[in-house]
Design a protein around this ligand. Structure first.
Ligand code: FES
Length: 125
């Protein structure tokens, strides 16, 4: 399977995403590169109590976005990320799927860096 940076419209290292203050604690912010193209690159950043983690918004089961509605990425108790297609659950701090059809697989992590208050795409792993 190809890696995030090999996807069409994947952002380059150094691409500005947002200010860290734009993402509240325990919330996410989505990003889309490639406009309305069906091949747009989608990702989100999660603020884990001041630690920022980014994942490609693509379910390991069918390579579709987890959510159908904006920012609707959590289980009802907000304890996990959830794919709204077949309801796989993913740990928020690791992206690991702990139940559902892709159990044992994980959301693809995307490197990000803080540059002062700015969150940017980091260098490829
Ligand atoms: S597409 Fe996500 S669980 Fe099936």
């Amino acid at each position: 399977m190809s890696q995030w940076f090999e996807q069409r419209h994947a952002p380059l290292p150094g691409t500005y995403l947002c200010l860290k203050t734009e993402i509240d604690n325990n919330r996410v912010k989505e990003f889309r590169f490639g406009g309305e193209s069906p091949f747009a690159f989608r990702m989100f950043i999660y603020n884990d109590n001041g630690t920022f983690k980014a994942y490609r918004n693509s379910c390991p089961h069918y390579d579709v976005p987890l959510n159908h509605n904006p920012d609707d990425l959590f289980t009802s108790d907000a304890g996990y990320f959830q794919c709204m297609t077949h309801f796989a659950k993913f740990e928020k701090d690791s992206g690991l799927c702990i139940s559902g059809p892709c159990e044992g697989q994980a959301l693809e992590s995307i490197p990000i860096e803080l540059e002062g208050e700015r969150l940017i795409i980091g260098n490829k792993n």
